[in-house]
Design a protein around this ligand. Structure first.
Ligand SMILES: CC(=O)SCCNC(=O)CCNC(=O)[C@H](O)C(C)(C)COP(=O)(O)OP(=O)(O)OC[C@H]1O[C@@H](n2cnc3c(N)ncnc32)[C@H](O)[C@@H]1OP(=O)(O)O
Length: 473
């Protein structure tokens, strides 16, 4: 790690195909050339950087964040990022914040959470939603605003609370209640009351399902795993790997984006994720299928679970970071969003996004030192690997000449992932970016690739480059 920071560089600029400058950098350590690396830098102007990021502990829904409204949970991340970086609230130009299952009372949760966190009331805030990649959208939007010279310092992030999802009356009951509101006489009110039928009282529960097909994410993942011939054992092994690596990363103190939370109803400080659970192959094998019964292969243990949590990060320019005297974590080099058939390719965002982003950035799979994919389901990750490693898939579905290849597993989600750490939908994007940035430092890498799938058959891929001044804390 120290060797990277101490390296001096000689840059030979070569124009890459996408118009970015692909610089060959000769690196030296203790005066000896030992390595050759390349760096991506913008053609002109400042680089956009991920200054730093934080997240609350991610908790299984229905546990210690039970009593919090989502904006109350989000405020911990929003105040936490200011505390961690020392950036004054008055320097924040804008806030972009994601959420997926919206609390109707706080539809612009970005604003409510900023106010709750004590941000300057003069700082505008808007909410974004793109399912599980909402905080990736927040980051990408910030990069655009900064690159266009509109703002300098933007806070991005996301929150999800699955402990108190909006449960609605049935459509018929809602319509009747609205009519009752307008009824003028007692007789009109009584006649509406008399029209209520027992089935009107059945509530509408939100489902983690695709609107266009009605299929749950789990059901779709089960079909995907079967289509790519991913076995139950492979999925269980991957899930166990995720939990084991997350536990190790926590024990070693690597999860430095984690900030403790004190809720009004809890006396103890919440300072760790509570869904990490290193089990045994036998226990995992004993679990029943959760979605397609009785023959499906997705279980509670090889699926991500319903999670509460919030994240926040600061996106700014390299020169602004320098002016503030803060060492950035990483450069935000490039991103792409992808979209495909939401029925059969719902969860294949990483397979579609990875070759595109590598091409855009002028990199190859071998240049990636750190891989961070969102683990919606173990079967979904392994299906993505198979798709990425298939010439047939590349040619038939992506109209590409050949496969991009699967990630090197020794560089993949080395601190666990959404299966183990949890997946509060809109908060996960920042968690992925921070794991990437912090792993690049600890693992002495240069480029990290973040990718995730999202409802609607959408996905994201992003390239981060380690900042030479970055520290792991
Ligand atoms: C783009 C995207 O991200 S799409 C993904 C969106 N997210 C989703 O769709 C969420 C998917 N997950 C879910 O819906 C739920 O977590 C489910 C349906 C899979 C499981 O829910 P539940 O049945 O409530 O899970 P629960 O926690 O009770 O666990 C069931 C059993 O598995 C066991 N179990 C769960 N996790 C583990 C584990 N890691 N190791 C060992 N056992 C485990 C539990 O102990 C329990 O065992 P028991 O029956 O012997 O008591």
């Amino acid at each position: 790690m120290a060797s990277y920071i101490a390296k001096s560089v000689i840059k030979n600029t070569i124009s890459s195909t996408n118009g970015q400058h692909l610089n060959t950098v000769r690196t030296f350590s203790l005066g000896l050339q030992h390595n050759q690396k390349k760096t991506l830098s913008p053609k002109s102007g400042d680089s956009v950087v991920l200054l730093d990021g934080v997240r609350t502990p991610f908790l299984m829904s229905g546990t210690d964040y039970n009593s919090l409204m989502p904006h109350e949970l989000a405020k911990h991340a929003l105040s936490g990022i200011l505390k961690k970086t020392g950036v004054s609230k008055d320097l924040i130009d804008y806030v972009i914040y994601g959420t997926v299952i919206q609390e109707v009372k706080t539809s612009n949760i970005a604003r409510e959470a900023s106010l709750a966190a004590g941000y300057n009331e003069k700082t505008p805030a808007h909410t974004v939603t793109m399912a599980c990649i909402s905080s990736n959208v927040a980051i990408a939007t910030a990069v655009g605003l900064i690159n266009s010279g509109i703002y300098d310092v933007i806070v991005c992030g996301g929150v999800e609370s699955m402990s108190d999802v909006p449960i609605r009356h049935s459509r018929k009951m809602r319509s009747l209640m609205l009519k009752a509101n307008k009824a003028k006489t007692l007789q009109q009110k009584l006649s509406l009351l008399a029209s209520i039928r027992p089935n009107y009282l059945i509530p509408e529960l939100p489902a983690v399902a695709e609107f266009s097909s009605g299929e749950t994410m789990g059901y779709s993942a089960d079909r995907l795993a079967a289509a790519f011939d991913v076995s139950r054992q492979e999925q269980d092994e991957f899930a166990l790997r995720s939990h084991t690596l997350a536990q190790q990363a926590f024990d070693k103190g690597y999860l430095t984006d984690l900030i403790p939370v004190q809720t009004p109803t809890q006396t103890k400080l919440i300072d760790r994720d509570n869904g990490i659970r290193v089990s045994t192959p036998e226990k995992l094998a004993s679990l029943k299928p959760a979605f397609i019964k009785p023959h499906g292969t997705i279980t509670a243990a090889n699926a991500s679970y319903l999670t509460d949590g919030a994240s926040a990060c600061i996106v700014t320019t390299e020169s602004k970071a320098k002016q503030l005297g803060i060492k950035p974590k990483a450069y935000l080099r490039n991103f792409t969003f992808v979209s495909q058939d939401p029925i059969d390719q719902l969860l294949l965002g990483p397979a579609y996004g990875t070759p595109l982003i590598l091409e855009k950035a002028g990199l190859s799979i071998k240049d990636i030192d750190v891989w961070e994919f969102h683990e919606a389901f173990a079967g979904q990750i392994l299906a993505n690997f198979k798709a990425m490693d298939s010439d047939f898939f590349a040619q038939k579905y992506m109209k590409r000449q050949s496969k991009v290849g699967a990630p090197d597993i020794s560089k993949f989600n080395n601190w666990g992932g959404s299966l183990s750490i949890g997946h509060p939908f809109a908060a996960t994007g920042v968690r992925l970016a921070m794991h990437t940035a912090n792993r690049l430092v600890r693992e002495d890498g240069q480029f990290g690739l973040v990718a995730a799938c999202a409802a609607g058959g959408q996905g994201v891929a992003m390239i981060l480059e380690r900042h030479p001044d970055a520290t792991p804390n």
